[in-house]
Design a protein. Sequence first.
Length: 113
Amino acid sequence: MAPIIDFRDKLFGEKIEDSPSSKVILCNWQDNSLGLLIEEIVGITELTETEYEAEIERANLKRGYVDKFLKLKDDIVISIDLTYLFDNRQEEQIIDALEETAPEGTFNDSARE
């Protein structure tokens, strides 16, 4: 089992409405599994980095949790770095939830060190 975070609520303060298109993406966060509830999966594809990265950094549009910007045909996709997505209080709550859901002896508590 893994704790699930409403990704829209985390980024924009608005909860995702439950629908058939809502999905959970299992992620690796500080060597533990974490689920991100998202509104919809549009597709899965291999992406490449773009020159937009440097331009956006210069324009101060890049937030701490944005890892990089990737190009998909005529669209730009944001790669999220989960390390910077949660503040210290939220991190402690997630770690507590991970401890509660992990089978005994399987929780990796390196995040607390």
